[in-house]
Write a protein that binds this ligand. Structure first.
Ligand code: CR6
Length: 822
């Protein structure tokens, strides 16, 4: 289905000379600099402009083709797209990386240096946002008609620094550096309403006395691998509407009018820095509605341009995926347009919505499930609140009533509106319920997670609609997460199993399975190990530069990179490191391999315990790294400002991947897949996608430890006292006491109190319970490391067995089971 098979890889036709000419042209004509004046930053911008030109050309062709084919399109609505750096990835996807390398060399510059000049667009918090970016890559690679819709935040996720080991935050004004990727499309701007009130005019609801803001689209071309299809990521930026609050000019209230303008521009200012935890702020609700309303209006306009004004065929042409509940307000928004603007009756409007929408659930954490006060929605979106009530009434009194006649208790439990538990409390709108009721499919993101969504989160919905809840296991794009970040491994795979046409594992990751035949092969092991070592040498230089710590490439690189959250249990890793250090102090000649523990993690600025954990790890690192007694057998590094571009350097260099969440808490995880794909061995719990990774690699090739979901439930049921574990495990007790003693932070002896209290006062995440099993799993890792043939066999088996975890497979699953597009 690609744009034009005869013209395939249009970009590939550009040779290095043409590229160099284009680069020079942009240096002079777009940037106004001479070649002699240009540094890597200018070369980066000029080459990016060349690639953007290519992208825009192909976007136009893709659009024409889609218009002709009139196929169903999928719209991926997400408040986060963590795309990472784009230049290198686009060059790879378009098949012109080597030409670009040559072109730059001929101009006397090094492409790798140039690529380092790109600031990461950090328009996401973590896994959910990065997943959206991998999905855009796969949608395009698979030639599916797709649009991504999101927000063009002026400030991405904060930049992290450390002061005395504590996290500091500063704004990430990522676009200020210049960002050549996006282009504004003023022709497609939208005007949306907020606040006001609802009146009735001629029997119809009218939303009046509103404030209005503009949404300006900013289009980023999304390239795919080995195709001329280029899709669009359309990110909205808020602007004050022209004529905004004009009446206040007349009344001489100029200042008020200006303040209105600033408010409008505030909407797309900043990404909320919470992962798995809603902020609950009015501005966040406005952000959600702003991008949803712009996107729905935009996609309806596109439908009408292509199919005419009648919306009868709308659901056949449009699929909308809600990435978590963040865009859930899209359900009442589409209902509003269908009913109030298109004169479609309620029941028909609801059935259109249910054909169009599908919702992805990414978490079971109760505190992460979004709820908005009914009063707040009534204030900001009065018509939407009415429509939510209408949907709820129909749902409870027709559908729930039919399933459980006369059961008022059930109606209360399933109501989209949650009644306050205490008198005087607020009514809350459960956005997850609204999403389930408004969609035809709801998916979890890994097999275990999806089964828990059915059995614990939405059991009644599953009983009512047995086909609605499904699983689509997450995946990652092998283009960025092997081909681009680990080019030596990519070449070794090419050499071994071929790369042309059908054989190209970049397009069909299950082809990697053929590498399994080489897991035992000493020559292949040698090459695989050499690549890992090269990656470690390069990464050691990054660590030296960023942390001023020397690490040996011969040590085990043991890595935990992800958001800082108690359920992810960086504290478990920390306690174990403290214990290893104590073991070495007791016996400095202990026969153990050198180990480096590597962390990267941002904590939400308001998450106290998470910040305490960062502080504690940094303090332990300082102590361990400067203690000559342990003879460099142990090092700990915490890389500041973890982000996509750092992940690209860390993952290819990792030996051990830490995936140690409390069972039942990590919906999927996607880092786990990237590490295994690059030949790291996983130490992990039976949680999220770890379960499926274990199935693929086999139990002998992964270090599974700790309580299972069932055992966690049993333990909670029986009742658990962390003091019992603390008192019965001498090593664990010693390290917790050390943490509590103030020794690691003499100037603030109580600094780690919040962590110690959370461990001993309840230990909700069962860190202490899993401690011994974790420590034993690490002993097994060391045993394996001591047998290099076994180690490399295991590592190769991991890489070779990751075929399932390509985001191409995830997207194919969505297309088949949810979007009806394949
Ligand atoms: N925090 C899950 O916690 C999952 C991603 C993508 C998360 C994580 O396990 O891999 O989504 N959930 O599905 C949310 O953001 C709510 C995440 O990234």
């Amino acid at each position: 289905m690609s744009v034009n098979k005869t013209e395939q890889y249009a970009a590939k036709k550009l040779d290095s000379e043409q590229l160099a000419e284009n680069i020079k042209r942009h240096l002079q004509q777009s940037l106004g600099v001479d070649q002699e004046e240009a540094g890597p930053a200018e070369y980066w911008e000029a080459l990016s402009l060349v690639v953007r030109e290519l992208g825009l050309d192909l976007i136009r062709k893709t659009r024409h083709k889609e218009r002709d084919e009139k196929a169903r399109r999928v719209y991926y609505l997400s408040l986060e797209f963590l795309v990472g750096r784009l230049l290198g990835n686009n060059l790879h996807n378009l098949g012109i990386y080597h030409q670009a390398e040559e072109a730059m060399a001929n101009l006397g510059v090094n492409l790798t240096d140039v690529l380092e000049h790109e600031t990461d667009p950090a328009l996401g918090n973590g896994g959910l946002g990065r997943l959206a970016a991998c999905f855009m890559d796969s949608l395009t690679t698979l030639d599916l008609p797709a649009f991504g819709y999101g927000i063009n935040y002026r400030f991405g996720l904060f930049k992290q620094g450390f002061a005395g080991g504590k996290q500091t935050e500063s704004p990430d004004a990522w676009r200020e550096e210049s960002c050549p990727w996006g282009i504004e499309r003023p022709k497609r701007k939208q005007r949306i309403k907020l606040y006001g009130r609802v009146t009735e005019r001629a029997g119809k609801a009218a939303w009046e006395d509103t404030q209005e803001i503009l949404g300006m689209p900013w289009d980023v071309p999304v390239t795919g691998y080995g195709t001329d299809t280029v899709n669009t990521l359309r990110l909205w930026e808020s602007r004050a509407a022209e004529g905004f609050d004009l009446s206040s000019f007349d009344e001489g209230r100029y200042h008020e009018s200006r303040s209105g303008e600033i408010q409008a521009e505030n909407v797309s200012q900043v990404l909320y820095p919470n992962d798995n935890h809603p902020a609950g702020k009015e501005l966040r609700l406005i952000q959600q509605y702003f991008f949803v309303a712009c996107s729905i209006a935009d996609l309806i306009a596109r439908y009408k341009r292509e199919n005419g004004d009648n919306l009868d065929g709308f659901a056949e042409k449009v699929a909308i995926q809600l990435n978590d509940t963040h865009p859930a307000i899209a359900v009442p928004e589409l209902m509003r347009i269908l009913m109030d603007e298109e004169d479609i009756v309620f029941t028909k409007a609801l059935s259109i919505c249910r054909e169009v929408f599908a919702y992805t659930n990414h978490t079971l954490l109760p505190e992460a499930l979004e709820k908005w006060p009914q009063n707040l929605i009534t204030k900001v979106l009065p018509r939407h609140m009415q429509i939510i009530h209408m949907i709820n009434y129909h749902f409870l009194h027709t559908e729930v009533e039919a399933q459980w006649p006369g059961d008022n208790n059930m109606k209360r439990r399933l109501s989209i509106i949650e009644e306050p538990e205490r008198p005087g409390g607020q009514q809350m709108v459960r956005m997850a319920y609204l999403s389930v009721v408004g969609s035809h499919k709801v998916n979890g993101v890994a097999a275990l997670h999806s089964s828990l969504v059915k059995s614990s989160l939405f059991p009644e919905f599953n009983e009512m609609w047995p086909d609605k809840l499904v699983n689509v296991t997450n995946g990652v794009t092998p283009r960025r997460w092997v081909d681009y970040c680990n080019p030596e491994l990519a070449s070794l795979i090419d050499e071994t199993i071929g790369k042309d046409g059908e054989a190209d594992w970049r397009k069909d990751l299950t082809r990697l399975d053929a590498i399994n035949a080489y897991a035992d092969d000493p020559a292949f092991q040698k090459k695989f190990a050499a690549i890992k070592r090269n990656n470690k040498v390069r990464f050691a230089a990054v660590v030296k530069e960023l942390c001023n710590v020397e690490i040996s490439p011969d040590a085990i690189f043991d890595v935990q990179i992800k958001r800082l959250h108690e359920y992810k249990r960086q504290q478990l890793n920390l306690l174990h490191i403290m214990a290893l250090y104590r073991r070495l102090l007791e016996n400095p000649d202990l026969d153990v391999p050198q180990r480096v523990f590597i962390f990267g993690a941002k904590a939400a600025p308001g998450y106290k315990v998470a910040k305490t954990i960062i502080h504690a790890i940094n303090r332990v690192a300082e102590r361990v790294n400067n203690d000559r007694r342990i003879k460099d057998k142990l090092k700990v590094v915490f890389l500041p400002n973890y982000r996509v571009s750092l992940a690209e350097k860390i993952i290819p260099a990792a030996d051990v991947s830490e995936q140690i969440s409390t069972a039942g808490f990590e919906a999927s995880g996607t880092g786990n897949m990237k590490f295994a794909l690059n030949g790291a061995l996983t130490v992990g719990t039976l949680d999220g996608a770890n379960v499926e990774i274990a199935e693929e690699v086999g139990d002998d090739n992964i270090f599974i430890f700790g309580l299972t979901v069932e055992e966690v439930a049993e333990l909670r049921h029986r009742g658990y006292n962390p003091e019992d574990v603390y008192n019965s495990n001498a090593e664990l007790k010693a390290v917790i006491d050390w943490l509590a003693s103030g020794d690691l932070c003499p100037e603030e002896p109580d600094a780690f109190r919040p962590l110690v209290d959370s461990l001993l006062g309840g230990d909700y995440f069962l860190t202490l319970v899993d401690y011994q099993a974790y420590s034993d799993a690490h002993d097994k890792i060391v045993e394996t490391w001591k047998k290099p043939e076994l180690w490399w066999k295991t590592a190769i088996t991991n890489s070779a067995s990751m075929g399932k975890f390509s985001s191409d497979r995830s997207i194919t699953d969505y297309a088949k089971t949810i979007w009806n597009m394949a």
